[in-house]
Write a protein that binds this ligand. Structure first.
Ligand code: MG
Ligand code: ZN
Length: 369
């Protein structure tokens, strides 16, 4: 009787186990005692169900997610709402403080908080952001801007002039060169020594680290991954090598798979699948860099869940049916994946704000704001 029950189960698990043998597990890497660099990859709207879907769509044992030795979970709620938006969610990571939904790099009383990107820039680190949205969109904005409302996009673009970020790759060029106030922020940036380029190739950038740059990949929002947008993995690898040359002190790079969230808002599983494939390739680039570098801490997380995604029973036993339960964000906890020196700090279950403190602890920056 037991054998009868076990046999089909064993067959199922034997079928699942074989791809696991192909897992691209990282070779043992000799890490430095503490990281010099941090790459924080944020999948907007990506919680456990999105990661699960990505793993099953791409193939068990074939994803970058499965290469992380350390996993934790964060509680994503904002200061006034169990369900966060991306502004409060990213501000929790950037400032280590819970704030109200819609707030960009400011506390509930509207006081600006110094972000980790700004702080590390002050300390001599090279800094960068690579995203698949426009520069003033909530997630990148929360690392460099301080505005009460995320919709103040023209003002948020102005804040890019205040912090000398070393590289930005993403969309939204019109916020810099075609503004209602007629200011040309690209001219100002050029006067400050920035190289400004547009497109999705990297050959004409100062990749030797000799100058800061902004590469605009789109006039407005970049296309979707399902419409053949492909730059995020290469841009991430390029940014890592550039930032390493840019400062001996180390670097901080924030990478966002911005449109995972948009696909979930749209309840569009085809779009979500393309975004997760793109984000997984991007994580692979970060891990490969970190594995060869040995001084880089790689973190992957989301800011919140979106779409209430369930992996329901599919038409065969080998596939699932993605079912969205809503078109908005939800309060589900979000996984945190860590690789590299001090990765172990990220085990356990904690508030989203602690990611900020753990990053600082990893870099051994004790002083708090
Ligand atoms: Mg975002
Ligand atoms: Zn959203």
């Amino acid at each position: 009787m037991i054998r009868l029950i076990l046999l089909p189960l064993l067959l199922i698990f034997a079928g699942c186990a074989s791809p696991g043998k192909q897992t691209a597990a990282l070779q043992p890497v000799k890490f430095a005692e503490r990281p010099k660099n941090i790459i924080l990859l944020i999948g907007d709207g990506m919680a456990l169900s999105q990661v699960s879907a990505g793993i099953y769509w791409i193939g068990v044992g074939k994803t970058a997610f499965e290469r992380f030795p350390v996993v934790g979970f964060h509680k994503s709620h904002s200061c006034d709402d169990l369900v966060t938006d991306s502004a409060a969610g990213a501000t929790a990571f950037s400032c280590g403080q819970k704030t109200i939904n819609n707030a960009i790099g400011v506390l509930p009383d509207n006081k600006p908080c110094t972000t980790i990107l700004e702080d590390l820039d002050q300390r001599g680190y090279a800094t960068g952001m690579v995203v698949t949205c426009s520069a003033p969109h909530a997630t990148p904005a929360s690392f460099i801007a301080h505005r009460e409302i995320r919709a103040f996009t023209e003002e948020i673009a102005l804040d890019y002039l205040k912090t000398p970020i070393d590289c930005f790759i993403g969309g939204g060029e019109h916020f810099f060169n075609d503004r209602p106030d007629r200011l040309n922020l690209e001219d100002t940036l050029k006067q400050r020594g920035y190289v400004i380029r547009r497109g999705t190739t990297f050959g004409r950038l100062p990749l030797d680290g000799s100058a800061p740059f902004m590469l605009f990949t789109a006039e407005r929002e970049p296309p979707t991954a399902s419409a053949n947008r492909r730059y995020l993995p290469d841009a991430t690898r390029t940014a890592c090598h550039y930032l390493k040359k840019r400062s001996d002190k180390g670097f901080f790079l924030m990478v966002e798979g911005s449109q995972i969230d948009w696909a979930c808002h749209a309840n569009d599983a085809t779009w979500l699948r393309a975004e997760l494939v793109d984000f997984d390739r991007t994580i692979k680039q970060a891990l490969d860099f970190a594995a060869s570098d040995g001084e880089t801490l790689v973190l992957v997380t989301g800011d919140h869940e979106c779409g209430g995604l369930a992996l329901a029973e599919g038409s065969t036993k080998q596939e699932f049916k993605p079912v969205f339960s809503c078109k908005l964000h939800t309060a589900a906890m979000v996984p945190v994946f860590a690789f590299g020196p001090k990765a172990e700090l990220f085990t356990g279950l904690y508030d989203n704000t602690e990611i900020y403190g753990k990053m600082r602890a990893a870099l051994e920056i004790i002083q708090t704001q």
